[in-house]
Design a protein around this ligand. Sequence first.
Ligand SMILES: [Zn+2]
Length: 181
Amino acid sequence: MKPSAVPILLYHSIDVPPTRDKPFRSLHVHPDRFRSQMKWLKRLGYQGLSMQDARPYLEGRKQGKVAVITFDDGFLNVYQHAMPVLNELGFTATNYFVANQIGGRNEWDMPKGAVEIPCMTTEQLRDWAAHGHEVGAHTLDHIYLPGAEMKEAERQIAGSKKALEEILGAEVTNFCYPYGG
Ligand SMILES: [Zn+2]
């Protein structure tokens, strides 16, 4: 079978956007808007799936109306505002965690003036997975990989996978490049 085109929705922070003078404002989607977008997906007949759950569709082994739902950075507000909606609609999603910021915050964006956003703790990460959602890797420190030495890039990529697997007690098979680089 030929693989069908699968839409991939990429979110970061699900919270009330900060004031207009703050950078990275577009990384935030209001919880009410997120709920409305998910309900529209459902109404249009889409099944929202994590990258892992969507793999058979992406590879053409299964056909169906599915949309991949992903979140970058492992933010606490996704656990608080998005997970209940996903659970209610029977959707799964992938969150790409910054391994050295579990229980931490968006240290990588704060020097650029971004508002502080807390990340999920180890308990919340495990609970995210316990609800059928996927844990993906997103490096150790959210670095721009093309700007790093090969050895450091390898440490960031392999190290984040290993650290997350230790927390999760399961294999982590998906990775997302910070800043798309
Ligand atoms: Zn990111």
